[in-house]
Design a protein around this ligand. Structure first.
Ligand code: HEC
Length: 236
């Protein structure tokens, strides 16, 4: 916690002296360096941002969206100025258009004794921040939805293996086993993709109801993200 003691001296003429801070500033600057892979796979309304969060709130205090026009693997130096001192974490996060955090891809905790007069420099290394990578990590492998519990390499319900390495090649352009008139993922067409049908409304040929797996607020936005991923061309 930063102690901000302000002392105002007010005079009869209405003049107020500049506030005096123990720690010189209310805001500071963060500089982030990193190599971001597959950033250019993001299409639609969600994006990857360098963002600052306090403890209470899932909406970023300040953020900078990483440019999705980047080439496959881009080294970026991002400067966030005007970062409020109540920031607890600086993250590379998946955010929606209202700046709400959907998932954290990388997180740095501001140390208790941070001096805010110095620019905070964070090197995040190399991060895969691709759209499919996020879906794979947070949904197919995620502990909440846990698709690979029933769709692993050893035990693949409906012959669908959603393990980390095999998920992509088992989905895009592959015929459904439960309804052979359908393709699991038709790149560019979510409405005709069996995956999308199974997770949004279920299907009479599928003996397990999937929409419930996305009931938690943490996972619900991924229904939308999967739709945007498919409609954007289902890139790896
Ligand atoms: C509790 C086990 C279970 C979990 C967890 C589970 N599934 Fe399934 N899934 C099934 C069963 C069972 C079937 C249909 C198999 C059958 O009826 O023979 C199926 C079928 C499917 C199909 C149809 C495949 C085809 O080719 O017809 C898709 C797509 C699918 N699941 C996706 C997912 C996704 C994505 C997740 C995670 C969000 C998930 N499943 C989690 C059990 C599960």
């Amino acid at each position: 916690m930063v102690a901000l003691s302000l002392s105002f001296v007010s005079c009869d003429d209405g003049h107020v002296d500049d506030p005096v801070y123990d720690d010189h500033s209310e805001t500071y600057t963060v500089q982030i360096t990193g190599t971001f892979k597959s950033l250019n796979t993001w299409t639609g309304t969600y994006s990857v941002a360098a963002a600052c969060f306090d403890e209470e709130n899932a909406y970023s205090l300040i953020q900078k969206v990483l440019p999705s026009t980047a080439t496959d693997s881009t080294m970026e130096v991002l400067t966030l100025a005007g970062v409020p001192t109540r920031t607890k974490t600086v993250e590379i996060a998946l955010v929606n258009s209202l700046r709400k955090r959907i998932a954290t891809l990388y997180s740095y905790n501001i140390p208790e004794n941070q001096r805010y007069t110095d620019t905070i420099k964070i090197d995040v290394g190399t991060l895969n921040v691709g759209m499919f990578g996020a879906i794979n990590q947070f949904i197919f492998q995620g502990t909440g939805t846990n698709c690979s519990r029933c769709h692993s390499s050893e035990r693949a319900a409906a012959n669908l293996d959603l393990s980390k390495e095999n998920a992509y090649s088992n989905l895009v352009g592959v015929l459904s086993t439960k309804d052979t008139s359908k393709t699991r993922v038709v790149a560019g067409d979510a409405d005709n993709s069996f995956l999308y049908k199974v997770i949004t409304e279920g299907d009479e040929n599928v003996g397990y109801s999937h929409p419930g797996l996305f009931a938690d607020d943490k996972y619900a936005p991924f229904i939308d993200i999967i739709k945007e991923w498919i409609n954007g061309g289902a890139k790896e």
